[in-house]
Ligand binder design. Structure first.
Ligand SMILES: Cc1ncc(C[n+]2csc(CCOP(=O)(O)OP(=O)(O)O)c2C)c(N)n1
Length: 314
């Protein structure tokens, strides 16, 4: 959570300094949810399809910081070879599909990846997971995907970060059901609810959902209640978010809550956390400096493959 927050804070500064082409979207306030998912999955076995607010989940899943800075800064050495930018990065052959902007579509993409594993006889113990926002749950893709996931009884976890806004659209203009979990119930998917500002609760509830899916209990959906602590992207000041929401429980900063939980629970001392801050800040600076020195792609010297398998085929 801390590493993601420090990395994203640097990305925001780079954006404001005009050093990043395209948008920067932060996961500020959603790190507890995202990191809990990433840390519950196993890199090399599971599938994780992140969305725009999942830097913490990517980090916890094991994405290298250089993959991030290289993609944002257009280095040819990045996983997308400098051709696809920013959050649109992944390593699909390693279970990390590149982020897809079309909201809700990652549900069916992960479902398809799981079905492919099943057909190859490689699905034992595998979990597929994706994160979406409250707005994404209103798309046709989300509903079609969730229905298929339920019918196929796939080992899938869908995390819904209900951060109260889809861009500037508040939840009362987004859905009329009582709870977003009703959407899971409608398709026969098990549902769980959690306070997304509470790291220990997120780790427990999301970890359990992943275990249930892994052990054959079928698809699981977790709805986390929280507030986006940034604009939609760094181009947006989020001034439409009422101060009453910011001041309430939903507006708590999960990183502050987590820090208190770590020190009060005896997991880490304040000094240790300060040391992590210094160490991670240095790591961020080094990853940015390295990517900044690397070349952009040369259009005359490109193979134009997004990624290659060991057989050389896409
Ligand atoms: C199918 C589709 N419709 C519209 C958009 C444009 N769009 C991008 S982000 C966004 C809001 C997303 O809200 P939500 O799903 O709640 O996620 P959040 O940004 O709050 O994390 C919209 C409408 C899109 N990317 N895809």
């Amino acid at each position: 959570m801390l590493k993601a927050r420090l990395l994203e804070s640097k990305l925001s500064s780079l954006y404001k300094a005009g050093k990043i082409v395209g948008g920067v979207y932060l996961g500020k306030g959603q790190e507890a949810v995202s990191a809990s998912l990433g840390a519950s999955l196993v890199r090399g076995r599971d599938i994780f399809a992140p969305l725009i607010r999942d830097q913490a989940g990517r980090t916890a899943f094991g994405e290298s910081m250089l993959d991030c800075t290289r993609t944002y800064l257009g280095s040819v050495l990045g996983p997308m070879k400098g051709r696809d930018g920013n959050i649109h990065r992944g390593r699909p052959l390693e279970g990390l599909p590149a982020m897809i902007s079309h909201l809700g579509t990652t549900v069916s993409v992960v479902a398809g990846m799981l079905v492919a594993r099943r057909l190859k006889g490689e699905m034992a113990g595998v979990v597929g997971a994706t994160c979406v926002g409250d707005g994404a749950t209103s798309t046709g893709s989300f509903h079609e995907g969730l229905n298929m996931v339920a019918i196929e009884n796939l080992p899938m976890v869908v995390i819904v970060a209900n951060n109260q806004f889809a861009y500037s659209t508040p939840t009362d203009r987004q859905y009329a059901c009582e709870d977003l979990l009703d959407r899971a119930k409608g398709y026969g998917v098990a549902g769980h609810s959690v306070d997304g500002t509470d790291m220990l609760a997120c780790s427990k509830v999301i970890g359990r959902a992943v275990t249930l899916a892994r052990e054959g209990a079928g698809p699981q959906m977790v709805v986390a209640r929280l507030l986006r602590l940034s604009g939609h992207g760094e181009h947006d000041d989020g001034s439409y978010v009422p101060n009453t929401l910011r001041a309430g429980n939903l507006g708590r900063d999960c990183l502050e809550v987590a820090t208190a939980q770590m020190t009060e629970g005896g997991y880490a001392g304040a000094d240790e956390i300060e040391r992590w801050k210094t160490e991670f800040t240095d790591e961020v600076q080094a990853a940015v400096a390295q990517a900044q020195q690397e070349p952009a792609p040369d259009p005359w010297d490109e193979e134009w493959f997004a990624c290659k398998s060991t057989t050389g085929r896409l």
